[in-house]
Ligand binder design. Sequence first.
Ligand SMILES: [Zn+2]
Length: 235
Amino acid sequence: MGAETLIRSHKQFRKKYGKKYSSLFQKLVEEGQSPKTLFIACSDSRVVPNLITYTKPGDLFIARNIGNFIPPYNPDSEASATPAVIEYALSVLNVENIIVCGHTDCGACKSLYQEIPEDNPEMTNIRKWLRFGESAKEQALALVGPADKKSLYTATEKFNVIEQLKNLLTYPAVKRKVAEGEIFVQGWYYHLDNGELEYFDPIEHRFLPVDAALRKAEETGLMRDEEETLIAAQQ
Ligand SMILES: [Zn+2]
């Protein structure tokens, strides 16, 4: 899809949604944004956060990168986009939820099993960035071995969500707010082919269909209304 096509699409957007959303757009400018959720997802073109959560402009503060990786907190590291998004979401926007969303058929997770030559200047940043998926790769190899590629990739994608949740908890603001019950953090696994969604249950230590999360929420009353809305939108 070229730039010209995108401009034509934009005109369609104005025509179709301009009126429908004009009051919302105005309100979001006048009052500023106050999204309740930080959504961390892969850059994959098939993962579209607002679409899959059935949300509107202003609802999600979004960080997307290759592999939905979260570099562990490091005050001495070079400036990096995803850590800055996390800090802004917590310290300025005061989000109440953080979703880390992995997905099936993730090219980043597959790339962990391919060698990228160190002397290739056109892939330098990809090679460096993929190190944040190494731990997931090691765990997947240990669990399912290298023979069955489909199972290996699925395991890698799921371990990756768990590992990134751990990395997220290395950020001082995240750690403090989770401990004080001010934010709720959850890992998701989205199926590209049919739109189904699983979430990571830290007590059972496995991924479960989101229906189970809703049932549990009703039983325990632990989840907030906003989170229920987000997940309900997947049904
Ligand atoms: Zn991906």
